[in-house]
Every structure is written in C-alpha cells, then in structure tokens.
Design a protein around this ligand. Structure first.
Ligand SMILES: CC(C)(COP(=O)(O)OP(=O)(O)OC[C@H]1O[C@@H](n2cnc3c(N)ncnc32)[C@H](O)[C@@H]1OP(=O)(O)O)[C@@H](O)C(=O)NCCC(=O)NCCS
Length: 168
C-alpha cells in the first residue's frame, strides 16, 4: 500500500473534514484550526489552497486510491529566505504506522526540489512528537537543534526540533 500526493479538489472537502476532525492530529499542529472541523472549514481551506500564490504555496492532498487520507504542503518564506520553505503534514489516524507519512514527505521533497527554486525544506515538530521526528529522519532531514521552550500549546510550554533537508 502506498499513497500519492496530488493537488486539492473541491470535492475532497468531505474526506478532509473526516480526517482532520481529530484532536490527536490537531494537538500536534499549530493553533488556529477549528475543532470540530466541519466540511465548510475543509471547503474554505481547499479553496484557499487552490487560489494561493503558486510560487510560494505547494499544498497537496495525500491520497489512497484517490481518496484523501491526509494533507501535506511546503510554504515558502519571504525576503532573504525566499529559497526556503516550511513543510507540514498529517495522516488520518486510521492509517498511522503504515509508512504513508514517510512516503508523502519523500514525494513532497522530490517534487519541491525538482520543480521549484527552493533549496532548503524545514520542519519544526514538537520535540515530543516522536513519529514526526522519525518521518523526517527517515526522509533524510537533519536535526539542526532543539528550539527550547519555543511553543505554548494546550497549556504546556514545549520544546520543538528544527529539521532541514538541503537540495544536493
Ligand atoms: C506524524 C504522522 C504524520 C505519522 O504518520 P505515519 O504515516 O504514521 O508515519 P510512518 O508510518 O511513515 O512513520 C512513523 C514512524 O514513527 C514511529 N513512531 C510512531 N509513533 C511512535 C512513538 N510514539 N514512539 C516512537 N516511534 C514512533 C514509527 O514506528 C515509524 O518509524 P519506523 O518506520 O522507524 O518504525 C501522524 O502520526 C500524524 O498525522 N500525526 C498528527 C499530526 C502531526 O504530528 N503532524 C506533524 C507535525 S510536525
């Protein structure tokens, strides 16, 4: 079983809402995503991604047999950092532990380095998010350091890790 990444379509909204309406996923992301997460929320996200600046926003659905089971993206920085992008991703809890997150991250990195001017992809998982750190390591990212007490999430002060992958 392997997943694919592809551009978002408006008819993905129902599946996206099902995937993201999950506290265990939201607890590992930045704040600002509504909970419960409705089909209307999913439509707004997909619409924003479809109309976003194609030179800085690379957002993909993660699919199995063309059905959405997750989301992944690389989001370009500006000013002197315009050749770097931050990546973020999540997979439906029903599919955790099957290697799909790792596959999606590898596919994203290949797409970005083959098709854009980005030379550095980075991610900042919570240090306690072992699964995400492991995905990044298995995809070739190097841990460049611990960002101590870098976040306040769900009432807790958290360390984050800075991982980056450089284009050869
Ligand atoms: C992080 C996430 C994307 C992982 O997706 P996944 O498809 O389950 O990942 P994979 O199966 O490709 O790999 C997970 C790896 O982490 C390991 N892992 C998972 N949970 C673990 C834990 N609690 N402790 C140690 N290792 C763990 C797995 O064993 C696997 O490593 P291995 O192949 O060396 O055994 C998924 O859990 C998720 O969506 N989480 C919520 C959102 C999130 O954290 N996003 C990232 C924000 S930076």
């Amino acid at each position: 079983m392997d997943c694919k990444i592809r551009p978002w379509r408006m008819d993905d909204a129902k599946s996206l809402a099902t995937v993201l309406n999950n506290r265990k996923i939201l607890d590992n992301l930045r704040d600002g995503i509504p909970f419960p997460y409705t089909i209307r929320d999913a439509e707004e996200y997909i619409s924003a991604m479809i109309s976003a600046n194609k030179d800085t926003t690379y957002a993909f659905a993660i699919t199995l047999d063309d059905k959405v089971i997750g989301s992944i993206g690389a989001f370009g920085k500006d000013n002197i950092h315009f050749r770097t992008a931050e990546t973020g991703y999540y997979i439906s809890e029903s599919y955790w532990g099957k290697g799909l997150g790792t596959s999606a991250v590898k596919q994203l990195c290949k797409y970005i380095f083959d098709n854009t001017g980005i030379i550095r992809l980075f991610a900042e998982p919570f240090a306690e998010n072992v699964a995400s750190c492991r995905i990044l390591e298995k995809s070739g990212f190097i841990c460049e350091g611990i960002l101590r007490k870098n976040a306040f999430k769900n009432g807790k002060i958290l360390d984050m890790k800075l991982y980056a992958l450089i284009k050869n």
